[in-house]
Design a protein. Structure first.
Length: 237
């Protein structure tokens, strides 16, 4: 069975997730996953091969000896290679390729995730905050653009969670456009209605005893003012 160290697993987990999100936005981006598969194959073989299909055996070796998973992976991989080689990558071709690519990615993500032990390995970088001087409309826009259910919010040195349900309530209760587009969010929200967000240290281990959070958590390095990442329950799947 092929092996990768923790840093390599963390790197490829993030690369696959980014590629999978891109495919879900637009099926024609299925090649993003193909490029990551080739990059993984290059690391495993330590040499560049001519064509994605040449990396198949090494990629399968990451899965281990689970026959059902291996069989599924082989079928998805062969179909992906076949569709990728078709002259047209539009319409039904792209949708089929996207379907196979996403399934392959999910299988490999499970392998990489199983080899990681610290929160820093799976956290999402570049945390987007709801700022105190933002308008309600701006926060609503961020939630809709990124499909966020929560946005972290800092006030008086404390971190809170702004939920989509709370923002929706404020939006529909707003009496005029001034409240939606001009007034700062700090003037509209009540902190006692917000949940405080939990903070965890950068190198904290997660294992069978770690309690998966039911809401987003923030990751800090060195001190709690230096937020370097965020994790949601979705990121532990």
């Amino acid at each position: 069975m092929a092996q990768m160290d923790n840093e390599q697993c963390a790197y490829f987990l993030k690369r696959l997730r980014e590629a999978r999100y891109a495919v879900l936005e637009d099926a024609e981006n299925f090649t993003d996953i193909c490029f990551v598969l080739e990059e993984i194959g290059l690391v495993l073989y330590q040499e560049k091969k001519l064509g994605l299909h040449h990396y198949k055996d090494k990629l399968i070796s990451l899965i281990g000896h689970q026959k059902l998973k291996q069989t599924a992976f082989k079928a998805y991989f062969d179909k992906l290679v076949q569709v990728r080689n078709e002259k047209s990558h539009q319409g039904v071709y792209s949708r089929n390729a996207a379907q196979y690519a996403v399934k392959i990615s999910i299988i490999l993500e499970e392998y990489f995730m199983s080899n990681l032990t610290e929160l820093r390995h799976i956290m999402i970088d570049n945390v987007i905050f709801a700022e105190e001087n933002m308008s309600l409309a701006k926060i609503r826009e961020l939630m809709l653009r990124y499909s966020f259910s929560y946005l972290p919010y800092k006030s008086d040195g404390q971190y809170y969670l702004l939920s989509d349900s709370y923002i929706a309530q404020l939006w529909h209760k707003s009496k005029n456009d001034n409240e939606k587009y001009v007034n700062e969010i700090r003037n509209l929200i009540k902190l006692d209605k917000l949940d405080k967000i939990k903070l965890y240290e950068f190198n904290k281990q997660f294992n069978d005893k770690f309690e998966i959070p039911d809401k987003p958590i923030l990751i800090y390095q060195n001190n709690q003012n230096n937020i370097v990442g965020i994790l949601t329950p979705f990121d532990f799947l």
